[in-house]
Ligand binder design. Structure first.
Ligand code: SF4
Length: 492
């Protein structure tokens, strides 16, 4: 909560010192006033936005409120409003979204700041509301208001009931967008089935059939359905790419009308060249993205996955079984991406598609920016029961967040909460971006560095350059603070 009576030199949350809303300036995120300059067009006094080396570096204004419009139009969050007004009910909606995690870990809501009691009436109401919902509440205080130094007060909790998750409403726009995928998937299923049928007649596998249960008893080759269990796996890649593309179209063209479909198409046809503002916008946090616990984008991912699963399972395979849909890409998101043109999620032509059911990370950086629990919540919104051949969520955790005494419990809670919410397959890779970048530059220093790719592990040295870039670009997440933010410009 914003507002504090102290001004400690070592404060780690300086944005919470002042009670009023402010504008934070992040010069490294500014793409340059020559390429963008949107903030200058809406600033009451453009000279108040100090520009150095072509980037906005400071706001020099008495009342930052007059410049909130600059932050609203900034596509990269180089200008960001610090602070948000919220009612007790609005905060509680956020709190209750994570109740599964509290139940698993014994955790709850902690009010901190700044000094939470600088807004004491609100703090008390919020803690009462949490207690009424059975969520424990803590208050972290500074020495200025509580004799004895920084402290925490436990408010207590009771059992928590689960709420049903919202189901997405299918509309004509999304149907139109995915119509082509229907037919493509059907054609693929038919072609795969025909290929297997050819296999049965031209190249049966009698020796393998001897080793598989029921083939001998049935007197039937494994390629002809002799096995007890028959199915054919069908994998999809790029779910995040599709979801973020749909979200960008819906948000920018239909809801906010910040661009037109024609302009978006022109930008993709030009591989985003000459469309810097739009490129920064679709890759920035102003557009909702899958992986941030935001139903706007997550429901589109859920919808796209369900459509694809339904289409795949409509078809019988050549063995007398069914096609089983799955989403784990191994490394096929790299070659499939090479074959694809630019996409509306802000991906340039030839760049990798998103892997498994993980969020997107394009060249400017990852699209998820709210930490590991947000990713978990987004992935758990998919109906993973439909993905009978597996749904892999790949996340990378920084080693330092696994070092404290709470680390094991935190990790166990995270895993349990994901599976409790319907997750089916979670793979966690522990390595820092710093080490990977160093290994890339100095391979001799890391002769045995084993990296987890996507369903398999291998030596770093044996990976191709594109795959190395893709692994380096993955979000770096922390499980001790849930603030696994990747600075912009460190993407693929
Ligand atoms: S709007 Fe943002 S990115 Fe564009 S020039 Fe201003 S600060 Fe830079």
């Amino acid at each position: 909560m914003k507002g504090c009576t102290l001004r400690c030199m070592w404060c780690s949350n300086p944005e919470s010192l002042h009670a009023r809303r402010q504008i934070g300036v992040y010069p490294q995120r500014c793409i340059g006033v020559d390429k963008c300059g949107m903030c200058l067009t809406v600033a009451p006094d453009p000279a108040a936005l100090v520009v150095e080396d072509g980037r906005v570096t400071r706001l020099d204004a008495d009342d930052p409120q007059d410049y909130f419009a600059c932050a609203a139009v900034c596509p990269t969050d180089a200008l960001k409003v610090w602070g948000q007004r919220a009612t007790v009910g609005e905060v509680m909606r956020e709190v209750l979204a994570d109740r599964d995690f509290y139940e698993e870990s014994g955790g709850g809501l902690t009010l901190s700041g700044g000094e939470a009691l600088a807004q004491s009436a609100f703090a008390v109401e919020l803690l009462r509301a949490a207690r009424a919902e059975g969520v424990s509440g803590d208050l972290e205080q500074s020495v200025a208001t509580l004799p004895g130094g920084c402290d925490e007060w436990a408010i207590g909790s009771a059992g928590v009931a689960s709420a049903p998750s919202p189901f997405p409403r299918i509309n004509a726009q999304r149907n139109r967008y995915l119509t082509s995928d229907y037919s493509v998937e059907s054609q693929r299923a038919i072609l795969v089935t025909e290929a297997y049928r050819s296999h049965q007649s031209l190249k049966p596998l009698p020796y393998l059939s001897l080793l598989i249960a029921d083939c001998t008893e049935k007197g039937r080759d494994v390629t002809a359905g002799g096995a007890r269990y028959n199915s054919t796996g069908a994998q999809a890649v790029g779910l995040g790419t599709v979801a973020d593309g749909l979200a960008a179209i819906r948000h920018l063209v239909f809801d906010r009308r910040l661009t037109t479909g024609a302009e978006l198409l022109a930008a993709m046809s030009a591989n985003w060249e000459g469309f810097d503002y739009l490129y920064a916008l679709v890759n920035g946090s102003k557009v909702p993205h899958y992986g941030n616990d935001d139903p706007y984008a997550d429901d589109l991912a859920r919808y796209a996955a369900a459509v694809w699963c339904r289409e795949v399972t409509r078809h019988d395979d050549a063995h007398g079984g069914r096609f089983q849909p799955g989403m784990f890409s191994v490394s096929s998101n790299i070659p499939f991406g090479k074959m694809q043109g630019a996409s509306p999620d802000g991906r340039r032509a030839g760049e990798p598609l998103s892997d498994g059911i993980a969020p997107v990370h394009n060249e400017p950086g990852p699209h998820d920016h709210k930490g590991v629990t947000a990713i978990i919540n987004s992935a758990a919104r998919l109906d993973q029961r439909l993905l009978t051949n597996g749904a892999l969520l790949n996340i990378r955790i920084v080693p330092s967040s696994l070092e404290g005494p709470q680390a094991d419990d935190n990790l166990a809670s995270l895993i349990r909460a994901y599976f409790r919410r319907g997750g089916s397959h979670l793979q966690i890779y522990v390595e820092s971006r710093e080490v990977l970048i160093d290994a890339d530059a100095h391979p001799d220093k890391y002769p045995g560095l084993l990296v987890y790719v996507n369903g398999y592990s291998t030596l770093w040295d044996e990976l191709g350059e594109t795959l190395k870039r893709e692994i380096i670009a993955r979000s770096e997440l922390s499980i001790d603070e849930n603030t696994g933010l990747t600075p912009p410009g460190q993407g693929f």
